[in-house]
Ligand binder design. Structure first.
Ligand code: SF4
Ligand code: SF4
Length: 103
């Protein structure tokens, strides 16, 4: 995902009206190539106990605000993980996440 604030440039879907990929799996919003300084910009209470990624409540990222499928935003958009930046509205993972929520 995951760009829950993104306009979905040219894509068929609006991320602000979706958020499905931010609530798809606790395994999703994990850190990859971020350095300690970048991770340090994320509020500690939003990071998982293991430190491997974002804290999730069930499958939902703790930084996600709003109602999936209605209106959402990422509470840490400016400093969100790389996997979230790389997600493209309309790609395979996006479609899978949306399908789970009937979107
Ligand atoms: S599932 Fe797709 S449309 Fe929905 S927030 Fe993620 S990238 Fe955007
Ligand atoms: S950090 Fe933001 S963009 Fe990434 S999964 Fe969480 S709510 Fe979505």
């Amino acid at each position: 995902m995951t760009g829950a604030n993104r306009e979905g440039e040219g894509a068929a879907f609006s991320c602000q009206d979706c958020g499905a990929c931010c609530a798809f799996s606790a395994e999703w919003p994990r850190f990859t190539l971020e350095d300690d300084a970048e991770i340090g910009l994320i509020p500690a209470e939003l990071i998982s106990a293991s430190g491997a990624g974002m804290r999730c409540e069930g499958d939902r990222c703790a930084a996600l605000k709003g109602v999936v499928g209605e209106h959402v935003s990422c509470g840490i958009y400016a400093v969100r993980p790389l996997v979230c930046r790389d997600c493209e509205a309309g790609d395979e993972a996006c479609l899978m996440a949306r399908a789970r929520y009937g979107l």
